[in-house]
Write a protein that binds this ligand. Structure first.
Ligand SMILES: CC(C)(COP(=O)(O)OP(=O)(O)OC[C@H]1O[C@@H](n2cnc3c(N)ncnc32)[C@H](O)[C@@H]1OP(=O)(O)O)[C@@H](O)C(=O)NCCC(=O)NCCS
Length: 178
């Protein structure tokens, strides 16, 4: 018998894979007729959250969006396709990767336009952080992303600690001037 959907001990990357397609309309673009960066980040956040929901099966909030590359512009009328999956689950957080392609509807040309990594944190309906199931990578690509996700987490933590130190040093300097 298969595991109950509500609380499995382990999930596969495939079970988290999510996809969204949007047509780029005038309201999504800047004065050059290109997709706005903020709008693209919104689509990335939504598609990333879908994978996180599928992994955690609970509420999730976006804790971080990092390493976003805008590779080329997306034009009015293009079809934007975003694909996401969980790269690694930690205790209450999950790193999700999102890749984005744009299709020119007249020529059919498809180009990779952006990639991003996001961290989502799972919580219950009262906002209490919740443990998430383990993620089991299966394919060589999934295993590579799983290991890379730990390195990025360590990098994020080091960066957070560095910023905290900088803030402390700045307020100590302010206090010494007062
Ligand atoms: C994200 C949030 C829940 C973390 O809360 P917190 O009390 O700082 O939690 P903790 O320090 O105990 O960390 C909990 C988990 O979040 C991760 N986390 C916290 N801040 C993070 C950050 N800036 N980047 C990446 N991961 C982060 C921790 O690594 C930890 O993961 P783990 O349990 O898997 O080890 C909290 O900062 C928050 O609610 N932020 C606002 C979220 C939001 O409104 N998002 C936009 C709308 S959805």
């Amino acid at each position: 018998m298969s595991e109950p959907e509500s609380n499995p001990p382990v999930r596969t990357v495939a079970s988290t894979q999510s996809e969204m397609t949007e047509i780029i309309l005038p309201n999504d673009t800047n004065t050059l007729g290109n997709l706005l960066g903020g709008r693209l980040m919104h689509f990335i956040d939504l598609t990333g959250a879908m994978a996180a929901y599928r992994h955690s099966r609970t509420h999730v909030v976006t804790a971080a969006m990092d390493h976003i590359d805008f590779i080329r512009p997306v034009h009015l009328g293009d079809l934007l396709t975003l694909k996401s999956s969980v790269n690694r689950a930690f205790s209450t957080s999950m790193e999700v990767g999102v890749k984005v392609w744009a299709e020119n509807t007249r020529t059919g040309t498809v180009a990779h336009v952006a990639s991003a990594y996001l961290v989502f944190v799972a919580s219950d309906e009262h906002g209490r952080l919740t443990r998430v199931p383990e993620l089991k990578p299966e394919t060589p690509d999934e295993i590579r992303r799983y290991h890379d996700a730990l390195r990025r987490r360590q990098h994020r933590e080091a960066e957070q600690a560095r910023r905290k130190q900088e803030k402390l040093a700045a307020s100590a300097l302010e206090e010494s001037k007062a």
